[in-house]
Design a protein around this ligand. Sequence first.
Ligand SMILES: *Cc1c(COP(=O)(O)O)cnc(C)c1O
Length: 370
Amino acid sequence: MTNFNLNRLVPAYVREFEPYIPSKPDEELKKLYGCRNLYRLNNNENPLGPPPGAQEVIRAFSPPRGAVYPSGDSYYLREAIGRLHGIDPEQVVVGNGANEVIAFVVKAFCQPGDNIITADKTFAVYEWVATFSGIEARLVPLKQERFDDQAMLARVDENTKALFICNPNNPSGTYWDKETLLRFLDSLDGKQIVVVDEAYFEFVENDDYPDGITLIKDYPNLIVFRTFSKMYGIAGLRIGYLAADAAVADMIRRTCVVYSVNGIAQEAALACLNDNTGHIAGTRALVRESRDYLRRELTRLKLPVIAGEGNYLVVKLPGSDTLAYRKLMREGVMIRPMTGFRYPNHIRVTLSRMEAMEAFVAALKKILNM
Ligand SMILES: *Cc1c(COP(=O)(O)O)cnc(C)c1O
């Protein structure tokens, strides 16, 4: 045998990291749970799919182009994103989903011994990327379901490199208004990177909700994430981006793996931005109707609801969320159990078509004997 010693080669922070287990493909799940149909209410996908222009781009993609490398820096897409926000295309870094962009940022700013600060009950990828990179993730409890700005500031020390704010928060739907975000940025005074993840930006209609990208000119330590996975309905193509000060973006670009963003995704994303068929308005209307309906029905069932912005809401169940997941799967409804988000006994439900919402309510009543 060889002297191969796997453990010796792998850093402890990788060895000890508990990997995320993705769910099985729908067809396997249907067999496993014995259901004919499956409503996917677990990933906050847009049931309307991509806007028509993006659908056309996907259909028209010429197969021989599969042999050709895409633009390595999403050239035309960055130009369009720059125009959309009135910023220089050099300020934009595109990734294979916003998830990849999170990794770019952690790689660019953090080394073992450093820490990042975020909330305990939020999108888990910030914490995961930090942890398996040997970076401490300091998790500050939410306060009344909101990111607690004062408590986060209190955890900052000389090894803190970045603070991650999910705005609006997935899963609680709460957000910081412009005043709160500005106060937070002023308190940090440019000494750390502030990341504002605006994955659900296009769903928020309130006037006091800040567009982080407009603040970058005044706060060069600010990085804003956006994605094409949620409102724009191309989660399967994997594309998202960050906007930052040009010098910050230049540092981050050094950590990118070139060609990680495929050509269909770049073209479809461009078509999403050019949509003029009211795709966003239509999606917002659908989400609003479904949120009102679910809130009403769940309140009638005396189940506490945490609902705010975004195309999802959280329900507190009388018992185990993981057990409810399995029972709901047998009824053909896939939701997200929230134990992994540190919300035991809670589930998150994507706001989708009314037909799916009605199926969810009927299945929930059945499994809870209501
Ligand atoms: C879905 C989501 C993302 C990541 O989306 P990608 O599909 O990787 O672009 C990032 N942040 C939050 C809060 C999300 O919910």
